[in-house]
Design a protein around this ligand. Structure first.
Ligand SMILES: Nc1ncnc2c1ncn2[C@@H]1O[C@H](COP(=O)(O)OP(=O)(O)OP(=O)(O)O)[C@@H](O)[C@H]1O
Ligand SMILES: N[C@@H](CCO)C(=O)O
Length: 308
């Protein structure tokens, strides 16, 4: 008998300022929907994509690549159809590719009776993510699958640490409607970094992890800095410095590039500050020719979930 499942697959913020390729958190209000269905015919088929123009061939769509990796490993006695209802614009910096790569394997696993744990699912989803970014990184996938804040302790072998989410922490995002491909934004980065920058960065990562554990908002504020990646990428994002100045004046704890951009995120204590930060972001872009969307979101501690 055919079985199907409908999922909400959330947007995510990777890097979280200081944690390039290791830190990420999951958003609440922004995400794709996906339907995964078992079929008698073997194999993986993408049967519907709405919202954005993306390839239907499983091998060219991140959802299909991760699904095929899991399918070939498990060899189940059914096939799967995938429908993607895309709300997250590809090349957004809020984990568009990751939502699809994670959603397909998460849904297949549920339909198969959950034989795999979240780490195994993330491993298969990384094969899909690699199609988009030319690199197997899990800093969007881990928060999408586990929820909350996550730290990728190592990619090979994959080890993910779940971090606590302070109750009153809110994210605000602005998404300028330009596309920056992760693969291109990664190509800009230096292969080596000065030791003093490395020292600052790993002190900030350690401090941020400690601050999340202790709900220390003042320490979150001190730790949300990126001296390694932001100086190289910020020129891809129009008005980045003006947004950052405006949101810090509006009371944000910190502000940085979301993933590989162009989205910019800020973290704030309390919803009213997060909304004031949204206004500050909007005011910077309102006087430009660039279209944009803004969002205020609680940190989503649940991750991908079944809906209906
Ligand atoms: N199902 C899919 N969803 C989104 N992008 C896809 C999908 N399948 C293939 N792609 C390709 O992946 C690329 C977008 O992924 P990319 O990692 O560059 O953006 P992103 O996921 O929004 O960014 P980030 O990882 O920084 O948050 C585009 O070239 C797009 O065509
Ligand atoms: N850590 C990745 C996230 C984007 O997918 C990067 O910044 O390139």
């Amino acid at each position: 008998m055919q079985k199907e499942i409908r999922l909400f697959s959330p947007a995510t913020v990777a890097n979280v300022a200081c944690g390039f390729d290791v830190l990420g958190f999951c958003l609440d209000t922004i995400g794709d929907e996906m339907v995964i269905r078992t079929t008698e015919a073997k194999g993986i088929k993408i049967t519907k994509i709405e919202g954005y123009d993306l390839p239907y061939e499983a091998e060219k769509n991140v959802a299909g690549v991760s699904a095929l990796a899991m399918y070939n490993a498990l060899e189940p006695d059914c096939g799967f159809e995938i429908e993607i209802y895309k709300n997250i614009k590809p090349g957004s910096g809020i984990g568009s590719s990751s939502a699809s790569a994670a959603g397909s394997v998460y849904g297949m696993n549920l339909l198969l009776g959950s034989p795999l744990d979240f780490t195994a699912l993330t491993n298969f989803a990384m094969k899909g993510e690699a199609l988009a970014s030319q690199c197997e990184h899990a800093d969007n996938l881990a928060p999408a699958i586990f929820g909350g804040f996550t730290l990728v302790k190592s990619a090979k072998p994959l080890k993910i640490l779940e971090l606590p989410t302070p109750d009153d922490l809110y994210a605000t995002l602005i998404h300028p409607q330009i596309e920056i491909k992760t693969s291109e934004s990664r190509a800009l980065l230096p292969k080596e970094i000065p030791l003093d920058h490395a020292i600052t960065q790993w002190a900030n990562v350690g401090s941020l992890v400690h601050a999340l554990h202790t709900s220390d908002y003042a320490l979150i504020k001190e730790a949300l800095h990126d001296v390694v990646i932001e100086p190289h990428r910020k020129q891809l994002i129009p008005h980045f410095d003006a947004v950052k100045t405006a949101v810090l004046e509006a009371g944000a704890l910190g502000c940085a590039i979301s993933g590989s951009g162009p989205s910019i995120f800020a973290l704030s204590k309390g919803e009213s500050t997060a909304k004031a930060v949204e206004n500050a972001m909007r005011n910077v872009y309102a006087n430009t020719a660039i279209d944009f969307e803004t969002y205020v979101s609680k940190i989503n501690t649940e991750g991908i979930k079944k809906i209906n």
